[in-house]
Ligand binder design. Sequence first.
Ligand SMILES: NC(=O)c1ccc[n+]([C@@H]2O[C@H](COP(=O)([O-])OP(=O)(O)OC[C@H]3O[C@@H](n4cnc5c(N)ncnc54)[C@H](OP(=O)(O)O)[C@@H]3O)[C@@H](O)[C@H]2O)c1
Length: 164
Amino acid sequence: MIVSLIAAIDRRGGMGWDGGLPWHLTDDLKHFKRRTMGHHLILGRKTFDGLDVTLSGRSLIVLSRDASYKAEGAQVAGSLAEALALAEAAGEDEAFVGGGAEVFAEALAGADRLYLTRVEAEVEADVFFPELDENKWELLGEEAFVQGRKNDFGFAIQVLGRAK
Ligand SMILES: NC(=O)c1ccc[n+]([C@@H]2O[C@H](COP(=O)([O-])OP(=O)(O)OC[C@H]3O[C@@H](n4cnc5c(N)ncnc54)[C@H](OP(=O)(O)O)[C@@H]3O)[C@@H](O)[C@H]2O)c1
């Protein structure tokens, strides 16, 4: 099983504001759906609680250290290792870690692939993606999207793999 992180970040790594996303990017949401559909998707409790959409078609695992926490429509795991073990035991081939910042900070070191949406903006943010050592990653693909009615900003979706 490979472990992939999927995130959207601005030029400074900003990725959230006040419990939600700091932008509306329809084409990126479509990409997120397409990539994660049918797979295990691991989310931090704060991200899960802040969702304003239902993530049907994904096997959701929510991380919480609160043993009494219940998440409707999702399994709950007490650690990242436990979440990954649940996905692997279910026969998953690519498990997605979908944030937020606290979960990315832990998961980056063990990630095999990054789907990184680079938003062409500097927005007000209160959570940030961890620092990325660009030498450790190689660009496998990139697709650009323009600003417009559907997307607050232009952005490029990059697929990055571990540098050989
Ligand atoms: N731009 C993007 O791609 C993107 C993606 C996702 C989220 N976001 C944004 O990011 C923000 C939320 O991020 P955040 O860093 O504040 O919170 P978060 O990572 O979503 O959730 C943090 C919570 O997850 C649980 N948790 C984290 N690591 C854990 C571990 N190793 N073991 C067990 N439980 C663990 C804890 O829950 P308990 O407190 O219950 O113990 C912790 O308080 C929001 O603004 C959201 O919109 C942006």
